[in-house]
Write a protein that binds this ligand. Structure first.
Ligand SMILES: O=P(O)(O)OC[C@H]1O[C@@H](O)[C@H](O)[C@@H](O)[C@@H]1O
Length: 282
């Protein structure tokens, strides 16, 4: 761990990942050519307790305003976590909450994130244990920011036929009609009961195109987000043209299958990320 409390993972093939003990946050994942698959805003602020704009913020114990807290996306993305163990290719960090700091959330828990890099595959697991004596409600998401060439070149596959809540339209329920979901403007949606595999295609990525394959487990929902010009302009840590270079696809436990975690019990969710280049058969 360096002085910034970042842990760097490296594979034999030259991929790297950097995970911060601040917020248990995955900051980057680069290929052997140094291209970062994970977006980090050039205007991101690294000043705790500010949340970091980019990477993979952990939203817990609340996603957005789905829960009792006033704080959007919960509080663990604003906290220092503890290093549990690390080696060249994996790191485990944890955050313990004793149930006292936030009166609206009196549920003690131990939260752990493990990031593992093996060749062309990044695995991230989130595990929570209820360390209190009452059933513990929570919502959660792995708020993953992907690097894209330009949002105009991006389409998302795997969502057709699903119901989503449109957060740009009062969270009305809508049906996804498109095989390839594009981004003609602001997109902020919670897809309910999304499939295990979702793909993000970027036709303008270096080398003739790129596909991010996301395999999620334990998280029933998936959030899709790009703020577009006007909303991004109001975010000092994003702005223009940074918003064009990112898309968020976030495995989430938000609406479907609500959890009341019994005392002493644990819950786990995970995502496995793989990148395919143009011309390589999926
Ligand atoms: O600015 P924040 O708190 O990091 O949130 C960013 C976005 O996160 C997404 O997950 C939400 O669906 C959006 O509504 C929200 O704007």
């Amino acid at each position: 761990m360096d002085s910034l409390q970042n842990v760097t993972l490296k594979t034999q093939s030259g991929q790297t990942a950097v995970v911060s003990a601040y917020a248990g946050h995955l900051l980057s994942w680069t290929n052997a050519e140094g291209q970062d698959y994970i977006f980090m805003s050039k205007n991101a602020v690294f000043a705790p307790p500010k949340a970091i704009r980019g990477g993979v913020p952990v939203c817990f114990p609340q996603f957005s305003n789905f829960g009792p807290l006033g704080q959007q996306h919960g509080f663990v993305r604003n906290k220092q976590w503890r290093l549990v163990e690390s080696n060249e290719w994996s790191v485990t960090l944890s955050y313990s909450y004793d149930g006292t700091e936030f009166p609206d959330y009196p549920y003690p828990f131990e939260l752990t994130t493990r990031v593992e890099l093996c060749d062309d595959n990044l695995e991230q697991t989130l595990t929570v244990k209820n360390t209190g004596s009452a059933p513990m409600p929570f919502t959660a998401a792995l708020h993953t920011y992907y690097t894209v060439s330009d949002i105009a070149n991006v389409s998302v596959e795997g969502l057709k036929g699903l119901t989503y809540l449109d957060s740009t339209d009062g969270r009305k329920e809508k049906a996804e009609a498109h095989e390839a979901v594009a981004f003609p403007g602001e997109v902020d949606r919670i897809y309910l009961r999304a499939p295990e595999v979702i793909k993000i295609h970027d036709s303008g990525a270096p080398g003739g195109g790129r596909t991010y394959e996301v395999r999620k487990r334990g998280f029933p929902d998936a959030v899709l987000w790009n703020p577009a010009e006007a909303k991004a302009a109001a975010m000092s840590d994003l702005g223009s043209p940074e918003w064009k270079r990112m898309v968020c696809l976030e495995p989430g436990l938000v609406v479907s299958d609500p959890v009341q975690l019994a005392a002493g019990e644990s819950w786990s969710g995970a995502q496995g990320l793989r990148v395919h280049r143009a011309g390589v058969k999926l």
